[in-house]
Design a protein around this ligand. Sequence first.
Ligand code: NAD
Length: 439
Amino acid sequence: MSQASAANPVAIDHGNHPLPSYLDASNLGPWGNYLQQVDRVIPHLGSLARWAETLKRPKRVLIVDVPIHMDDGTVAHFEGYRVQHNVSRGPGKGGVRFHQDVTLSEVMALSAWMSVKNAAVNVPYGGAKGGIRVDPKKLSRGELERMTRRYTSEIGIIIGPNKDIPAPDVNTNEQIMAWMMDTYSMNTGSTATGVVTGKPVDLGGSLGRREATGRGVYTVGCEAAAHIGLQIKGARIAVQGFGNVGGVAGKLFAEGGARIVAVQDHSGTIYQEAGLDVPALLQHVAEQGGVGGFSKAETMATDSFWDVDCDILIPAALEQQITAAKASRIKARMVIEGANGPTTPAADDILQSRNILVLPDVIANAGGVTVSYFEWVQDFSSFFWDEEEINARLVKIMKHAFAAVWDVSKDQKVSLRTATFIVACKRILHTRELRGLYP
Ligand code: NAD
């Protein structure tokens, strides 16, 4: 008779328990990419590898119908998701995305990357993510609010300040978080500021949260650049996606003396050999909704973006942008993943073989969730910190986490992505082992 204990659990036999079809590695979407990344880390997990199956299955997947009245009197139905990948280390945490291409595979992968990211920077959260399959640009403000509120009500059964805490992601912002917080509070009968992060500062949001992801990208970018002898001053940078993450990262690198030579977003691709006027470009994006039509730059063909001669490439838009074919063309010395999942595993291998350093999403864009953690802590204590303190704590955590990952990468001769997965997955699986299986 075998006896399990926390110190010596029975090895789990997966042979008779194949993954459900929507979870398996033949899934070519982002979830399939994530599973390949997990397979690469398993040989490095030592005895904790016996728990690795935990990483390959989301704990909880919720698909909801979101019906709303449209302004023209019709009723529209949208498909919404909330996935909690792992909550061993604490409540689920991760953003909500509104995009016409959102799929379950994508939300599952994003939730899993949140588990890894939160463990990599050692904040006390599991991983979660949500989304609605919708192009929000086609909705009026009233429709957007009704959709957000109905979605929040539908996922209200699994979110909460101690259960799962949403935040902004692509096409969601402080206003959306305010509506989510208000809806949850109305349904539960008391104001619960800690149910979401990335809220307006006047509603319990944190100073520095809006810039935090871009600031984290900049911080780890500078750390890595120093390791490989790359000067930020004068460095040529190309950025894909000029929203919350790409816009702030671009601004900080430009302030640090770099030249932002190319930017691409959904509205166009622009180029300026001398370096774009970033404050003017940010103003243009705020007014026009995209970089297209910016007068102080040349226009480029969309695909030529990947041939731009640069030192640093920052994908900060959507996942699966750097495919194997594009990886062979990239001229940068370093890729900093502001976006989640922008590089496919095949592309990762090509970049590595070409000696292009990849700072993976699970560490590079962890600044956002780090300040979300500060926001949640401030909400619980109803005591708010100044921006200087927040930025100093953020930079300290990012530098510390990056240094640990860098050391593992050198010691074990693995990519920074695998090194980050090693650090993070060991933390997740260690708590899995300590907590044991219920019942
Ligand atoms: P955002 O909505 O503010 O900006 C998205 C940007 O991507 C926009 O500039 C948009 O034009 C561009 N884009 C969309 N489709 C594109 C396409 N087909 N080609 C080129 N560009 C395209 O979103 P964000 O919050 O900046 O998120 C960007 C990425 O960063 C996402 O992968 C997100 O998951 C990730 N991320 C965001 C945060 C955060 O705090 N906001 C934290 C961690 C990771």
